[in-house]
Design a protein around this ligand. Structure first.
Ligand SMILES: Nc1ncnc2c1ncn2[C@@H]1O[C@H](COP(=O)(O)OP(=O)(O)OP(=O)(O)O)[C@@H](O)[C@H]1O
Ligand SMILES: [Mg+2]
Length: 246
């Protein structure tokens, strides 16, 4: 089996006259945690949506598990899951029901397996004891945690997390980061995440790509980029690239 999970070549995406992605080239390997960095509007969500077949590229080649997302989105989504940037829980379901319901819809795993994975995830994410409450009464961060668990319940090979820790408190964010590490290091999952938290990139990501105005202007390990741009912190690399100083 090939170790390349995602392959993107000369990818362009325009919305009307506006070019959101301008010739992206990218290859991601199995088991990798890849961080996408970029300021608001840089193109991160657009790239993720194209990889899952939720948007059509304007031109270029994209393959996920060797499949073309414009034609095989259903097959890709059986093996990949997404925590969207803008997404709501079903407020009239409990936390447990939200996770189990989604898992049963998304995967062909036996119900019993989904149910026991949901119980494990609830514990891992720190919602134990609250799992049978309607999520209507949850705080924003608690709802986000339910959505993180939901994205992981069907045991996907590839997980896209679009700002997973936004709105989650410090402890919760740490829990989510630990979970992501565990999924990749112990279970070989491939994770693509976007974040505005540069500590998260340093702590979690094997490689990082920096998008500036639809172009991937830097790609490498956080340490590589710091060395290449002679900086002590990924944050300085990021700021310099965004401000066009390098
Ligand atoms: N459906 C759409 N219709 C028109 N323009 C869009 C659409 N989706 C995205 N865009 C535009 O494409 C560009 C990239 O947007 P995108 O949502 O990918 O940015 P992002 O990097 O995810 O930003 P953020 O950090 O704010 O989430 C923006 O200029 C945005 O206005
Ligand atoms: Mg976005």
């Amino acid at each position: 089996m090939s170790d390349v999970v995602i392959e993107v070549k000369k990818l362009y995406k325009s919305f009307g006259g506006h070019q959101a992605l301008k010739g992206i080239d990218l290859e991601l390997n199995r088991g990798e945690v890849f961080g996408l960095l970029g300021i608001n509007g840089a193109g991160k969500t657009t790239l993720i949506r194209i990889l899952l077949g939720l948007l059509r590229p304007t031109s270029g080649n994209v393959s996920v598990f060797g499949l073309d997302p414009t034609r095989r989105a259903v097959d890709i989504r059986k093996r990949a899951s997404l925590l969207p940037q803008e997404c709501q829980v079903y407020e009239l379901l409990t936390a447990y029901e939200n996770i189990v319901y989604y898992g049963k819809m998304q995967s062909e795993l036996p119900d019993k397996v989904i149910e026991s994975r949901a119980v494990d995830l609830i514990r891992l994410i720190g919602l134990e004891g609250r799992e049978n409450e309607l999520t209507k009464g949850f705080s924003g961060g608690m709802k986000r945690k339910v959505l993180v668990a939901r994205a992981m319940v069907a045991d996907p090979e590839l997980i896209f997390l679009d700002e997973p820790t936004t709105g989650i408190d410090v402890l919760g964010a740490r829990t989510v980061r630990t979970l992501i590490k565990k999924l990749s290091k112990e279970h070989g999952k491939t994770v693509v995440l976007t974040t505005h938290d540069l500590t998260e990139i340093n702590e979690l990501c094997d490689r990082v790509g920096i998008l500036v105005d639809g172009e991937l202007v830097a790609l490498g390990t956080p340490a590589d980029l710091e060395e290449k741009f002679r900086s002590a912190h990924i944050e300085d690399v990021f700021v310099a690239l965004v401000e066009g100083a390098v």
